[in-house]
Design a protein around this ligand. Structure first.
Ligand SMILES: [Zn+2]
Length: 122
């Protein structure tokens, strides 16, 4: 399952940030290009599973989609790509390179400080 292995790949970086700030992870945002074919729900569920028992347990994973755009190699026009058709609307030639849509970035992590250091009454 693509999303589960992706969640496993994201977790260490998220936990490193949480540890650095001695905080818990409330939510994280992943910027994902459309070419990555990420199913947001599956990724969120996968992350919940792998984050169990860590500082990121129960954290909300948000996927920020990035549309696919390409640049025509002939006229340099940048155009939006739909249904993976890399056809320049000006030249009507499919000779374009991907500009956006391949992203897979941990955009931001929202933390909650661990202020309540479980004061145990003995
Ligand atoms: Zn063109």
């Amino acid at each position: 399952m693509h999303e589960l292995s992706l969640a496993e790949a994201i977790l260490p970086s998220v936990l490193a940030i949480a540890e650095e700030h001695r905080a818990r992870v409330m939510s994280l945002t992943i910027q994902a290009g459309a070419l990555q074919m990420i199913v947001a729900e599956s990724l969120a569920m996968g992350f919940l599973a792998v984050a169990e028992g860590t500082a990121a347990e129960g954290a909300r994973l948000i996927v920020e989609p990035v549309a696919v755009t390409a640049r025509c190699r002939r006229c340099e026009l940048v155009f939006g790509v739909e249904d993976s058709i890399f056809l320049c609307p000006d030249c009507h030639v499919a000779d374009a390179e991907t500009v956006t849509g391949n992203e897979l970035v941990l955009l931001r992590v929202e933390l909650e400080p661990c202020e309540s250091m479980s004061s145990t009454t003995s």
